[in-house]
Design a binder for this molecule. Structure first.
Ligand code: ADP
Ligand code: MG
Length: 575
């Protein structure tokens, strides 16, 4: 973080300046650019809007450690810093919603911070550094009457509204001490829990007492507490992990291998899987999923008909299309359910995933299974698909890729499972032994259709010129019109099938990262190398590596979501 303190003008100079430009054309606001020293913080205008109806002005507030006065525990390590920062960002956003008001035309008076939602992750809205210094980035709508500067309203916005919001959110005094301690500690524990998975041979963990269901399919907040059946681990899968703050924590460990989640409809199967897919992120205290984690190389894959696919070798799953077409370099503008699901798996694998999550609700049936009768009626030489059931074991055995599958309908999968968890009335039971018994009592008679050994497809080399972020006169055009769409150059990337991208700020960051890819130094040619290169830049310089504009609207993302966005870019071509 930069210190703007020493070079800055004072708040009363700001008032004088504003009074001097009252009634003038809006452009005179440009004189605000730079730093202003207030009693408790420094306010910096990074970008002043040109018009009251344009995107609001980008500002940041810096608070020195003595004034912010958070206890050292709140920023003692990186996990604690992000846990604290998320609390401040949520509070600022909330206070801005309550305290800011309309102060003229267009966006006059607006104070807005990007949402961090229920998850806790590195983002650019609020940061706290190793010394306890706070930096908060947000947007303000500078007040106008029509298109003329409204000084009185601007003075009220900048010397009353903003200091009130800052005072109510960004200093230790704004929060109960236990709340700050809880946010920092919970995030440290979640990180520790995720790190404990691999050494224990686990791919995921759900703590006893966790509350998994959400308000609705489009609302990530928890279902009301009195309606929730808290998670309780089955004794056979119960493990205890020692956490730095919570101490010994007990819950269900999901082992590596192939795990089925079975059970009747509406008994909570998909809810478990969705909690696992969200477990690549940490969650805020009170979310219910604070101690639900999965390995960070876990990818939810699903069918997504209509998506584009660029040069993916889907031959492990689908080969020999009608008219003898090969699929080692499969390209389509309009994938089917099964080809899209095959592509999603190969793409995740290419990017380095070691855990796949699959829900029958969002899978193509013909991709998942061909039963005995269908094998009889349509022999495999007339069927291009090697169903997933005949690949899922080799994925783990030969390539260390584990899978968790939600299956309610096809008992044939019992033959390929290492563990079977039955959900009943929202509670898990370990039915692995019973499943083995059923599988041997009632053989399916299926024949394994995997005719070839499962080989990992070769990484692709994207053609850089097919990744073009420019539009009209802008060299980089990245916009996020809604939660599921990324406008990139002249393309609109549909991210409905990329369920693990949850925040708009992540979509925006992914868009900017995509825009960097064509400028990677030569030597980074394969897709995995390009993903490494982007990751290294962000590790070295933080999310500001993605844009020189000091945006407060970015949040971190994984290589899997970056590659998922690239893979859905309709202009993408591979060499
Ligand atoms: P399935 O995939 O087995 O058909 P879902 O996971 O879709 O079932 O869950 C069905 C409904 O039950 C959903 O509305 C969900 O919110 C609710 N639900 C899931 N788990 C719980 C729980 N632990 N407590 C209360 N309600 C739950
Ligand atoms: Mg379901």
């Amino acid at each position: 973080m930069t210190h703007s303190m020493n070079l800055s003008r004072t708040a009363s100079e700001l008032v004088t300046l504003l009074e001097g430009i009252d009634g003038r054309g809006y452009k005179a606001y440009k004189a605000l650019t730079g730093a202003w020293r207030f009693t408790d913080f420094t306010l910096v205008f990074d970008h002043v809007q040109g018009d009251p109806f344009a995107d609001p002005s980008r500002v940041k507030v810096e608070i020195d450690p003595a004034t912010a006065s958070f206890p050292a525990d709140a920023y003692g390590n990186e996990a604690r810093r992000w846990g604290t920062a998320a609390l401040l960002a949520r509070t600022f956003r909330h206070e801005a919603g309550n305290r800011s008001r309309r102060r003229g035309s267009g966006r006059s008076g607006a104070v807005r911070m990007e949402s961090v939602g229920q998850i806790v992750l590195p983002q650019t809205a609020v940061g706290i550094d190793e010394e306890g210094r706070i930096e908060a980035r947000f947007a303000v709508g500078l007040p106008a009457r029509g298109r003329r500067i409204s000084a009185q309203e601007a003075v009220a916005l900048l010397t009353e509204d903003v200091p009130e919001i800052v005072g109510a959110s960004l200093t230790a005094a704004a929060h109960p001490a236990e709340e700050v301690a809880r946010c920092a500690a919970a995030n440290e524990d979640a990180e520790a829990l995720r790190s404990a998975l691999k050494p224990k041979g686990l791919i995921a963990f759900i703590a006893d007492g966790a509350r998994l269901p959400r308000q609705s399919g489009i609302e990530d907040t928890p279902l009301d507490i009195d309606e929730v059946v808290p998670f309780t681990s089955p004794a056979t899968l119960r493990v205890t992990v020692e956490l730095p703050n919570a101490g010994p924590t007990t819950g269900m460990g999901v082992p590596e291998g192939v795990t089925l989640v079975v059970g009747g409809g509406f008994h909570g199967k998909s809810t478990v899987l969705r909690a696992l897919q969200s477990g690549v992120y940490n969650h805020r205290p009170g979310d219910g999923r604070e101690l639900v984690v999965c390995r960070d190389d876990t990818v939810k894959v699903r069918a997504e008909d209509g998506r584009s696919v660029a040069g993916v070798d889907i031959s492990p799953f689908i080969d020999g299309l009608p008219m003898g077409r090969r699929t080692t370099n499969f390209t389509t503008e309009n994938a089917s359910g099964s080809t899209s699901q095959a592509a999603a798996i190969v793409e995740a694998w290419e990017a380095g995933a070691h855990v796949l999550l699959v829900d029958e609700d969002t899978s193509a049936t013909n991709f998942m299974i061909r039963d005995r009768r269908m094998q009889e009626l349509v022999p495999s030489d007339g069927e291009p698909i090697t169903p997933f059931i005949d690949r899922v074991r080799a994925l783990h055995r030969d390539h260390a890729v584990s899978t968790v599958l939600v299956i309610g309908g096809s008992g044939d999968y019992l033959d390929v499972a290492d563990h079977v968890i039955r959900m009943r009335d929202y509670l898990p039971e370990d039915v692995t032994d019973r499943a083995r018994a059923v599988a041997s009592e009632l053989p399916t008679g299926r024949v394994d259709e995997a005719a070839t050994r499962l080989r990992r497809p070769l990484p692709r080399r994207p053609d850089r010129s097919s990744i073009d972020p420019s539009k009209d006169r802008r060299s980089t055009f990245v916009r996020v019109p809604d939660d599921r769409t990324l406008l990139f150059g002249r393309d609109a990337i549909d991210l409905n099938g990329v369920e693990q991208l949850t925040l708009r700020s992540q979509l925006r960051a992914v868009g900017l990262a995509l825009a960097l890819i064509p400028s990677a130094p030569s030597g980074h040619e394969s897709l995995p190398d390009l993903l490494d290169w982007v990751e290294d830049r962000i590790t070295a310089a933080g999310l500001d590596a993605l844009s020189p504009r000091r945006l407060g609207t970015l949040a971190s993302f994984r290589r899997f979501e970056l590659s998922a966005a690239l893979n859905r870019l309709r202009s993408l071509e591979v060499e």
